[in-house]
Design a protein around this ligand. Structure first.
Ligand code: ATP
Length: 252
């Protein structure tokens, strides 16, 4: 990935707007001790979304704002803009150049923008995630960091290599998917318990629901009116039988 320009304004020791044109072939920044070389590296890490103040060698994030000198007053905001050459299409955006900028105000407000369009930190992280420039900034190895990389535990070193290779993103996604699967399995288990319980309660309810009509029928059969009707029905049947017997006699 080729970084084309870096503009710093109010970031650490860079009170004035300073633009560094990083022509192809620029491989090193030289300067006396304390002249701000590491501040340039900090600016790159910061604009790419560095979160912990320690990642930019500060106690608190506000410390990246120019704090003032004997001759110059402190500033109220720090701004960094990084332009990346994207002719190789490494970043998933259909543009030959991508500018990412970050601004921090003393009250803690911060802003991000991609090609001048305000966006969220997440958008910057997603834009960079496929390029190997991950959240943990392992592609930027600061002073003394090489030691900690070499002395890291095997699993930590593996995470560094995985992030640089772009594998970490998929491992994180897999872990997330596994956690969701586990939660879903738990939910399913709870659901089947609930179903079993509801079915258990349903059986006696069904029996109760069937019972009243039977009882009501029995009660209705015992009612005097019903008995009278039943008797009347018997008589009608007897008459019907009588007529049926009498009719053939009349024909004859
Ligand atoms: P070395 O070669 O010793 O590592 P360097 O060139 O990398 O030094 P940096 O560490 O980048 O230097 O810069 C340190 C300087 O930046 C110090 O003079 C420090 O006072 C200044 N500085 C850091 N933060 C701020 C700030 N918020 N406001 C003003 N100056 C700052």
């Amino acid at each position: 990935m080729h970084l084309k320009t870096l503009t710093l304004k109010g970031f650490k020791s860079f009170a004035d707007t300073t633009t560094l044109e990083l022509e192809p072939g620029v491989t090193v920044v030289v300067g006396p001790n304390g002249s701000g070389k590491s501040n340039i590296v900090d600016a790159v890490a910061w604009v790419l979304g560095a979160q912990g103040p320690r990642t930019v060698r500060s106690g608190k994030m506000e410390d990246v704002i120019f704090a003032g000198t004997a001759k110059r007053a402190a500033l109220g905001r720090a701004e960094v803009e990084l332009t990346i050459d994207n002719t190789s299409g490494m970043l998933p955006i259909d543009l030959a150049e991508v500018s990412i900028s970050r601004t921090l105000f003393r009250n803690g407000d911060s802003e991000y923008a991609i090609n001048g369009v305000p966006c969220r930190l997440l958008d910057v992280q997603e834009l960079l995630s496929d390029s190997g420039v991950g959240r943990q900034q392992h592609v930027i190895v600061g002073q003394g960091m090489l030691d900690s990389v070499l002395n890291a535990r095997p699993e930590d070193r593996r995470a560094i290599v995985e992030e640089a290779a772009g594998v970490l993103k998929y491992r994180k996604r897999k872990e997330k998917a596994e956690r969701r699967l586990e939660a879903t399995e738990g939910n399913l288990l709870r659901l089947s318990d609930l179903l079993r319980e509801v079915r258990r309660q349903l059986r006696p309810l069904e029996r109760q629901a069937e019972a009243p009509p039977r009882r009501a029928r029995r009660r209705a059969d015992r009612h005097p009116l019903a008995r009278r009707r039943a008797r009347a029905g018997d008589v009608a049947t007897a008459h019907g039988v009588g007529r049926a017997v009498a009719r053939p006699a009349r024909v004859r």
